[in-house]
Write a protein that binds this ligand. Structure first.
Ligand SMILES: [Zn+2]
Length: 277
């Protein structure tokens, strides 16, 4: 499933291809994904200039000249294929939406499982959209400081790992990034969120930012393949220190400890029982 760094990577590719261009044609190939496409999607987008792009959590917002934003979520399996109009003689399977610009840039939304969504929202009211209004802070924003993270954790009666996955507090981290951030911060994943000290929250804030920045710089996940269609993988999986490494030697303590795996709230947690207190 695409997480924040992958969505950021897709958004940046989309921006490079579409910003400043005018949308010539919109093709909607089925009535719905997770929810119906807006009935006026075509009418609202065709002929409009693409002004800018924005990411909020795992939503991509494309802002156009008439004051509307197209909101896009890739769901579990969605991909945005970027290319040139007329280059693909056979459209890929499961391509449900296609946007084309006057300069022949083409974006196709391919989503076999259809957990993704597309909606329209007035740009001035993006934050009040039902799917965005309850979201927590962006982990890469200036608001995400140690003291702020500390204050957020003081309100949660759950393990720290569960609290960090709560989208109402902080968005887009996902299971991989939370495991990695807790490992680098030397915080045990089953600790109560309320037990996190200010000093630990400072470390956590620093590492969350560092990990997401590294993941974005390395191209996120294999989603990048679909954007660039060149077969190269994003490199972040090679930088995982604990995620998916159960039984491998801990890369920090070198005392014979190996990475452990437990299940929390139905999801795997990877950690070192020696390093993380
Ligand atoms: Zn260790």
């Amino acid at each position: 499933m695409p997480e924040l760094p992958e969505v950021e990577t897709v958004m940046r590719g989309f921006r490079t291809a579409f910003e400043g261009q005018r949308i010539r044609h919109v093709t909607v190939n089925r009535p719905d994904l997770r929810w119906p496409f807006p009935l006026d999607l075509r009418e609202r987008l065709e002929g409009q200039e693409v002004l800018s792009f924005h990411r909020r959590a795992k939503y991509i917002l494309m802002r156009v000249g008439n004051g509307m934003s197209m909101m896009l979520h890739l769901g579990m399996s969605g991909r945005l294929l970027l290319g040139q109009s007329g280059m693909n003689t056979t459209p890929p399977r499961h391509e449900h939406l296609v946007l084309e610009t006057e300069n022949e840039a083409r974006a196709g939304l391919v989503d076999p499982r259809r957990f993704g969504m597309v909606d329209l929202v007035p740009t001035d009211h993006e934050d009040t959209h039902r799917l965005l209004s309850g979201l927590g802070i962006e982990p890469l924003s200036d608001k995400m400081t140690g003291p702020y993270l500390h204050s957020l954790m003081q309100s949660r009666r759950t393990p720290i790992k569960t609290a960090l996955l709560d989208q109402r507090l902080i968005v887009g981290l996902g299971n991989i990034y939370v495991c990695e951030a807790l490992f680098r911060s030397h915080i045990h994943p089953t600790r109560a969120a309320t037990s996190i000290t200010l000093q630990e929250a400072n470390r956590l804030a620093t590492f969350i930012r560092a990990i997401l920045t590294e993941a974005i710089a390395s191209g996120g996940s294999s989603l990048r393949d679909y954007v660039q269609a060149d077969g190269t993988k994003g490199g972040f999986q090679d930088l995982h220190l604990v995620y998916g490494r159960e039984g491998e030697p801990c890369s920090y303590c070198a005392t014979g400890y190996t990475v452990s795996r437990i299940t929390q709230s139905g999801r795997s947690t990877f950690y070192c029982a020696n390093c993380q207190k």
